[in-house]
Design a protein around this ligand. Sequence first.
Ligand code: ATR
Length: 272
Amino acid sequence: MQIDGATKLYGIIGKPISHSLSPAMHNAAFQTHDLNKVYVAFEVTDVARALDGFRALGVGGVSVTIPHKQAVIPHLDAIDPVAQKIGAVNTLLIEDTHISGFNTDWIGANQALEMIVDLPQSTVLVLGAGGSARAIGFGLQEKGATVILANRTLSRGQALARDLNCEFYPLEDIKAIEIDALVNTTSVGMTPDVDATLAPESVLKNVPAVMDIVYSPLETRLLREAKKVGCKTVNGTYMLLFQGVAQYELWTGRKAPVDVMREKLFSQLDSQ
Ligand code: ATR
């Protein structure tokens, strides 16, 4: 990597941020295309001042992660309509001092799911009602899928189901629903609670495709059991990969080197 007087800066804001896999993934992509760009991580507390700093310094684009995805919105100059609907922004495009906000999480989730299911016209059961469920739910609807929601806390699940204008089920009742795919958007199954799952084998038997957004471990109990009963599966790294791919394409106007980004992401995960 060569840094000189014309190098354009990109980055990610979040807190904490030091474990982010995005710098390795984006820098590998910039290098593949021989672009004079570099991507770094910023641990940020004050979002408003950070964005003003980016404007002042001529930063080209920024990823936004937890806990700032909602907090950046009042400080933007423009917001993409889907990001507005979701109520969360994970990508900033900065042109001169004008900052536009986008959400590529739903694009990443859709692309990952499309590896195992044909989304338009399919019915997808989304487990969870947090920020990830919200982005994935609206994103699936953008693609023409029918969303059904299930969540542990009924009031929270019903509130999101109202926003999505979709059906809601308590987790205990999901066995009876006929679906084309199931997505876990909760942290259930993540290290260290690797024995946890919201959809036991009895639920998975009639489900053709299963995605987990958890990527630590790479194969969660949900995915292991889904494979065992014959479902097609995709793990959480693909959502991470494809949300980054969409960011890269937005920032550079070029087709992202997906294979390079995937290899980088996987090797980072291996070394953790
Ligand atoms: P994010 O914004 O990353 O999606 P979040 O807002 O903390 O995260 O949402 C977490 C989701 O995981 C919620 O749907 C939560 O269910 P509740 O609404 O009932 O809290 C779900 N979740 C987390 N731990 C869970 C558990 N042990 N069992 C069932 N659901 C769980």
